[in-house]
Design a protein around this ligand. Structure first.
Ligand SMILES: Nc1ncnc2c1ncn2[C@@H]1O[C@H](COP(=O)(O)OP(=O)(O)OP(=O)(O)O)[C@@H](O)[C@H]1O
Ligand SMILES: [Mg+2]
Length: 240
């Protein structure tokens, strides 16, 4: 990957993520939509940040930009001091697979293959040997309490178990940042709390950097810090 010159403010090895003057304007048939309007913030390594705000305020757009699933209209995102949008599409894909773990509301697992293969996949893509990918995947599945489901198809698991598989998959490459877009949104209250507790454990015990979008105020308050987005701008940024 390209080694970009590092501006002073992002040249800190305790910073996992810096978002700088980030804007996203969608040009749709209905006209221009300003989804993100000059967003600025930084996240420390090991911090557990929640993103909250009304529907349509830009939360998913922000997460998609941080995860380089889409390019911003203007602005920069630095992950581990790499200016990710200075990379070409192929390097972005490699960076995304190696540095970012994704967890989605709808799990996004591949249902025609096994739990183990789902969890191994990012490792396989990044060039891990089959035995290393197997070992890592099994170790994470064990830590998350679902190793006994390794040979099953995700579709045969409960929602909470499927989300744990998705969490396991997000961790297999030891990512710099885990991004979760309403990870408890499709789960009942109790299961959602269990999944959230798992993320909290990852954050506090294993010092993972996690950014989670949630509509649940109680869960948001249990994270280290909450960023409130309104109309594509940061309205509040509070330490909990
Ligand atoms: N691909 C797209 N094309 C055009 N407009 C879009 C696109 N994606 C999102 N938008 C618009 O951008 C704005 C922000 O959408 P976004 O999905 O980021 O909101 P959100 O905060 O995640 O909402 P929710 O809580 O409902 O998930 C909305 O007005 C939405 O309609
Ligand atoms: Mg959303």
């Amino acid at each position: 990957m390209v080694n970009e010159p590092k501006p002073d403010e992002v040249n800190s090895n305790s910073t996992a993520l810096t978002v700088k003057n980030l804007s996203k304007i969608y040009d749709s048939a209905a006209g221009k939509v300003v989804a993100l309007d000059n967003i600025n913030f930084a996240v420390k390594k090991g911090e557990f940040v929640s993103i909250v705000g009304p529907s349509g305020s830009g939360k998913s757009t922000l997460l998609n930009m941080i995860g380089a699933l889409d390019r911003p209209t203007s602005g920069n995102v630095y992950i581990n001091d790499v200016d990710i949008f200075s990379l070409n599409d192929s390097d972005i894909a490699t960076m995304r697979n190696n540095l970012i773990g994704f967890i989605f509301q709808s799990f996004n697992l591949i249902n025609r293959t096994t739990v183990l293969k789902n969890v191994k996949l990012p490792g396989t893509i990044s060039g891990m040997s089959a035995s290393e990918a197997n070992e890592r995947a099994m170790r994470i599945l064990e830590a998350l309490g679902i190793a006994d489901k390794a040979t099953q198809k995700p579709v045969n698991l409960s929602g909470g178990q499927q989300q744990r598989v998705a969490i396991a998959r997000s961790l297999v490459n030891n990512p710099a940042i885990v991004l979760a877009d309403e990870p408890t949104g499709n789960l009942d209250t109790k299961t959602g709390e269990d999944v959230f507790d798992m993320l909290k454990t990852l954050s506090h015990k294993f010092k993972r950097t996690i950014i989670m979008v949630t509509h649940n105020p109680e869960l948001a308050e249990s994270t280290d810090r909450s960023i409130l987005i309104r109309d594509g701008r940061i309205d509040k940024d509070v330490i909990n």
